[in-house]
Design a binder for this molecule. Structure first.
Ligand code: FAD
Ligand code: MG
Length: 342
């Protein structure tokens, strides 16, 4: 396999075995399993990875500290090498169950039906028997002057991804809400922490005592802006030079498709994510999800793992028929082939 140019999505109306929406770590990992199962699949990708603001990615075994874009590009080349994989660079704008004029998933009894119709931007519609949603999330960052342009460079949210490189230096935690206490409690393992409560995270006595016991300095002065690498300029004119900063944004689905299909959501501490079972099936039969779109807190490693599971889950459902949400995975392996398995 040495072809790295993906096969374009053909105009023919022949249905795909699976359409994967989102072609980053989670979607590519799902695609790889389905490609190797010799299924005919389409990957649709708008090319807006969540970590595109950071150069290097950390914590993914064998690729630790390497450019995030290279990991994604190599993943794409791995998948594109299979001739049964088709690719559409662009956005899936809508999806609905085939045969239903309404956009909500109509079949909830676990039976196969005619699959799904997916609308592509400027490229008509395509049809697939299974869907994998690997569309990720979008970060809605705190409105602090100078923060957005430092996101992924000196302002981060995940200490496992970017804490080690701060070399136990001075770390500022910029509060964005009550959950920020948790971030301030974690970060002392990575450096000397100052917690800027910034008027959005009032602390009670117990929280103050807990943070102080962990060696966290607390500064309740409002933050005016960020300058230089990671210097915090405070309302009273003081400037606190930090090695790096951490904060939480709210997370949002990047795509309305899960909602259009009627998928159930869980409420995570930072925003909603798609509910899935062990095989990464959503509450809508034959629709699977992987990666940041179905987890409260994720990473490249977890997204790749979820994607592999979703790809296998989707493939098993092609072999053995669609199971209801949360049905035991192994039970279906012993059932007879469904008449309409495809
Ligand atoms: P994403 O990588 O976000 O990809 C989703 C893809 O789906 C995108 O290409 C998007 O354009 C596409 N898409 C969305 N909607 C549609 C649609 N309707 N049609 C077509 N395509 C669509 N994790 C680590 O493990 N290590 C790190 O060092 C690290 N650093 C990070 C730094 C920053 C600043 C941020 C924000 C995150 C970081 N992460 C890191 C987390 C990591 O980026 C995510 O966990 C990971 O990208 C999730 O993979 P995913 O495939 O689920 O989603
Ligand atoms: Mg993906």
């Amino acid at each position: 396999m040495n072809t790295t140019e993906p096969t374009p999505a053909p105009a023919a109306p022949e249905p795909y075995d699976a359409i994967i929406i989102g072609g980053s770590y989670a979607g590519l990992s799902a695609a790889l399993q389905l490609a190797r199962a010799r299924r005919r699949i389409l990957v649709v990708d708008a090319g807006q990875r969540r970590n595109r603001f950071a150069v290097n990615s950390h914590g993914f075994l064998t690729r630790d500290g390497q450019p995030a874009a290279d990991i994604a590009a190599e993943g794409r080349a791995n998948v594109a090498a299979y001739p049964n994989v088709h690719w559409h660079d662009g956005t899936a704008t809508a999806a609905r169950r085939a045969g239903s004029s309404s956009s909500s998933g109509s079949s909830t009894d676990g039976t196969d039906d005619d699959g799904f119709i997916v609308e592509l931007d400027g490229a008509g519609t395509v049809r697939g028997a299974r869907l994998v949603l690997a569309t990720g999330v979008r970060d809605d960052l705190p409105q602090i002057e100078g923060l957005a342009e430092r996101w992924g460079k000196s302002v981060f949210h995940c200490p496992y991804c970017h804490g080690y490189e701060l070399n136990e230096g001075r770390i500022g935690v910029l509060a964005s809400g009550p959950l920020s206490v948790h971030q301030a409690q974690m970060l002392p393992h990575w450096g000397q922490v100052t917690f800027f409560t910034n008027g959005v995270c009032p602390l009670d006595d117990a929280q103050r005592a807990d943070l102080q016991a962990r060696g966290v300095q607390i500064d309740d002065t409002p933050v005016r802006r960020l300058v230089n690498v990671a210097t915090v300029v405070l309302e009273d004119g003081r400037q606190d030079i930090m090695t790096g900063l951490f904060t939480y944004g709210r997370v949002h689905m990047t795509s309305p498709i899960a909602e259009q299909l009627g998928c159930a959501f869980e409420q995570g501490p930072l925003g909603p994510f798609i509910r899935t079972d062990e095989g990464r099936q959503t509450t809508v039969p034959a629709v699977f999800a992987a990666g940041d779109a179905m987890r409260a807190a994720s990473s490249v490693a977890l997204s790749v793992a979820d994607g592999a599971m979703a790809g296998i889950g989707a493939h098993r459902s092609l072999l053995f028929g669609v199971t209801p949400f949360a049905a035991p995975m192994m039970a279906s392996a012993t059932s007879p082939a469904p008449a309409d398995a495809r």
